[in-house]
Each structure stands twice: as C-alpha cells, then as structure tokens.
Ligand binder design. Sequence first.
Ligand SMILES: O=C(O)CCC(=O)C(=O)O
Length: 201
Amino acid sequence: MTDLAWQDSLFSVAHERLSFEGYRRDQLDDSSWVDLIPGWVPDHAVLFAQLRDEAPWHQRTRVLWDQEVLEPRLTAGYALPLPPALEELRAAVSGFYGVAFDSCWLNLYRDGDDAVAWHGDSNRKTMWRPMVVTVSLGSSRRFLVRRRGGGPVLKEYAPGQGDLMVMGGRMQHDYDHAVPRDRRASGARISVTMRHTQEIS
Ligand SMILES: O=C(O)CCC(=O)C(=O)O
C-alpha cells in the first residue's frame, strides 16, 4: 500500500471510531476558544498503558534563578511518522480541523506532585492562531485557564479518560493555562499534545 493510501485508510477507520459528533466549543471571547469532546478515545485505558510502558520518557531540566531544576513531569517527543496508535489520533484531528498537526509531545504526570506552571505555548511566537490538541489519558487533572500574565482563574476543566481538548484562535496569545499540583489527584495522567507549524489559511 502507498503511504498516501495507508494514511487515507487510517483516516477512514479513525473517523468511525473517533467521532466529532457532539463536540462543544467554549468561546472564551470573540477570538479564543476551547473545544471539548468527553471520552473521545474509546479504548483510552489501553492507550494509556501502552504509552506509559513504551514512550521514550525522560525528565527535562530547566534553569530557574540560575539553578538547574528538574521539570515536575516526564515528557516524550515523537517525530513523524508516528506509531500507529498516535497516528490514528493525529489523522483524525488533522482531518477534522483541516490542518496538518505535525508535532507530537507527551507529558506524564506521575502523581499529584507533577504539574505544569502557567504558560502560553511558545508556538504563539511564530503563529497568529495556533491550535493545540490535547488528548488526556488516565486520571483527570485540573486544567486551568486565566488571562495572559495573571488574574483570576476564568475556566477550569478536568481532562482525563480519553477526553479531547483543542485550544484555538488567539488563546495562546491572550490566555495562559496550567495543570497545578494537586494532592487529591487519584493517579497518573498522560497528555498527548499535538501542534502544527503551518499557519491556518
Ligand atoms: O497536560 C496538559 O494538559 C497541558 C500540557 C501543556 O500545557 C503543554 O504541554 O504545554
């Protein structure tokens, strides 16, 4: 089978399994939004176990106040072509949103001590309206949204168990998001994130 035929057949299979029917758009303002589909991945527990056991996890370091510190989570990056289980997700969101998601980055929050601080994704530096896809596997974690640079929490989500979230419009420019430490978190969570490098036409 040619690469293209293989991708087409993956897309039609994914299309049946990974449905976009009933997705909800949370409009943050005129130009920023979050799309949500609860339980988007039917066999999310299988995918969670597969990625937990097989992804090339490592712990990155950051320089903070002149000190090198470990990031409080594990991460794993993939180059295209993705393994079939991730390609199925990538093909489905690329088809639905009409944009080629061409990078895939995973976060593993091992427990409630792992977190990601307030930030807007750095793709805002090169893109006008970057979309960021997050497929959440495993335990739910609090996912908070506030205006860029500070202020009260404006939205709180609890993605886990196969939920799909897509941040879009001007959200990476105008809002920050975070997954805070949470001692009440019941277990590990993996977020599969996908981004694109071509501006949306
Ligand atoms: O795990 C999440 O849902 C958020 C991850 C995130 O903000 C990031 O990878 O930049």
